[in-house]
Design a protein around this ligand. Structure first.
Ligand code: GDP
Length: 510
């Protein structure tokens, strides 16, 4: 089953780490395991997707265009530090408070709504700077429709101005330019526009489509013109939403309030939020207890593009989390449990890519080992050396056997030269035209050593010992590496065994 294969892969990775550079894991085995795991993974992913469709809450398919109605734009203010973002937001918010003749204390909930005399509305996200914007985007949330780029007319384009432009481009969000601090004597709005040309921000005066508004956030001068330019751009964007059916939205901010517990600010994107609605976001859920606006005023309904503070959450969701309505509390619990479970699973998942890399590394080590030890070629040289040392005339070299799966690599160990010689003679008499070739990887006098085991492992071979021993450590190591050690005290038994082993490899013949 899949867990077993994961475990096998995991163990493989660990083993590879602890192995010597020139040792070798059975490559075929790893390939097989990866193949199987891949297949299983595909299968398990299919299964998981199916389960997710049942267990998780997901967005509805796109709405029927007939259901779409215009919605107001959601705007983020960006720009260089000290160019006046905060002042601008404050002034916009105050205009609103004054216009509404509502004496409530404004609260920072991450977003607020401004109504123009024409009846148009704009939602401003009031966490200026890139951090919030980037954090949201990193979570895949696309809440902002328009960016108001603030550039101080006395300072011009600066580092964060350029960064803001880049953010807007990356997110494909259009810009309205607010040339601020125009009340100052040294203000030079034209210089700002010219400088922006270098960053592909082309104002209308220069034949482009970026609206530029000269403002003073300090005096409030021309802020209505800025708002109107924003609304005009929004009209061109034809922003629409479906305000029916289950709610969808995005978490803008979340914080814990002493009295109300976890609170989130959301921008509603679809449907209409009401009290009692059950929502999930990230790994938290809520039965909406209370809804309020940026003035702390309780509201009973929130439509698309509207910022709304929501209480009733069990935990704190994160900024950028998708908010989805579900049909009941048990369903919300199920969704959250599933997400937690899935996250756990994700953590435990073995990274197949790492395994694949390890395997490649290992293949390379294997190749090097072969280069170092050689295969049949090596056998002949060593054979010669051995015979030279024994001052015997070299045996005529055998026909070269192509090393493939029909080869049985062996390592011979004997108690004395004489027994090895006898064994070598038998091996030498073995006809290379047999369906399964014999490859003498190594031979020598003495007990089975770790080196023998490593060689056998490298060449997927079998160790034959005649009148020699293998210590417990060696036996354990061999067992761990899947290396066979065969010890005999009678030559013909050893030969019989060898023949048996050879014929056992025969089914691998294609
Ligand atoms: P932020 O860092 O972009 O949020 O900039 P702030 O809003 O904090 O403004 C930085 C400084 O510029 C403050 O001292 C503001 O009073 C001042 N400031 C902002 N807007 C204007 C403006 O339109 N005219 C003038 N003269 N000063 C401004």
């Amino acid at each position: 089953d899949i867990d077993y294969i994961y475990e096998a892969l995991l163990n493989t990775a660990i083993d590879i780490d602890s192995l010597e550079a020139d040792s070798h894991l059975d490559e075929v085995w790893i390939k097989e395991v990866i193949k199987k795991a891949g297949m299983k993974l595909k299968w398990s992913k299919l299964k998981q997707d199916k389960v997710r469709a049942n267990k998780d809450a997901v967005k509805r398919p796109q709405a029927d265009p007939a259901l779409l109605t215009p919605r107001s734009p959601v705007v983020t203010i960006m720009g260089h530090v000290d160019h006046g973002k905060t002042t601008l937001l404050d002034k916009l918010r105050k205009t609103q408070v004054a216009a509404m003749e509502f004496g409530g204390i404004t609260q920072h909930i991450g977003a607020f709504l401004v109504s123009l005399p024409s009846g148009e509305k704009i939602t401003f996200l009031d966490t200026p700077g890139h951090a919030a914007f980037s954090a949201m985007r990193a979570r895949g949330a696309r809440v902002t429709d328009i960016i108001i780029l603030v550039v101080a007319a006395d300072d011009g384009v600066m580092k964060q101005t350029v960064e803001s432009i880049q953010h807007a481009k990356d997110a494909q969000v259009p810009i309205v330019l607010a040339i601020n601090k125009c009340d100052k004597a040294e203000a030079d709005p034209e210089k700002v526009k010219k400088e922006l040309l270098a960053y592909d921000v082309v104002c209308e005066d220069y034949g482009g489509d970026v609206q530029a508004v000269h403002v003073s956030a300090l005096t409030g001068d021309n802020l209505m013109a800025l708002a109107e330019a924003t609304v005009a751009l929004a009209e061109m964007l034809e922003l629409k939403a479906d305000s029916t059916g289950p709610v969808e939205g995005t978490v803008i901010e979340s914080f814990t309030d002493k009295g109300r517990g976890p609170v989130t600010t959301a921008i509603i994107e679809r449907g209409t939020l009401r009290r009692g609605t059950v929502l999930v976001a990230g790994k938290s859920w809520a039965k909406v207890r209370l809804m309020f606006d940026e003035n702390g005023k309780t509201i009973s309904e929130a439509y698309p593009s509207m910022p709304v503070g929501i209480t009733g959450w069990r935990d704190l969701p994160s900024a950028g989390d998708e908010i989805l309505e579900v049909e009941s509390e048990p369903r919300a619990r199920e969704v959250v449990d599933w997400r937690k479970y899935e996250q756990e699973q994700e953590k435990n998942k073995v990274d197949l890519k790492i395994i694949e890399e390890k395997r490649k590394e290992h293949q390379e080590a294997h190749r090097k080992a072969r280069e170092k030890y050689g295969t049949l070629h090596w056998k002949q040289i060593s054979f010669k050396k051995y015979l030279e040392r024994k001052e015997q005339k070299p045996l005529k070299p055998k026909e070269k056997i192509e090393r493939d799966s029909n080869v049985l690599p062996i390592i011979l160990k004997g108690d004395v030269d004489g027994s090895i010689e006898a064994l070598l003679n038998v091996v030498d008499s073995y006809d290379a035209s047999h369906e399964c070739g014999l490859e003498l990887v190594h031979f020598g006098v003495g007990d089975i050593s770790e080196n023998d085991v490593n060689l056998a492992e490298t060449f997927d071979g079998v160790i034959y010992g005649f009148n020699v021993n293998a210590g417990n450590v060696i036996l354990q190591s061999a067992a761990k590496k899947g290396v066979k050690i065969k010890l005999h005290k009678v030559i013909y038994r050893l030969i019989e065994d060898l023949q048996e082993e050879l014929s056992s490899r025969l089914p691998c013949i294609v």
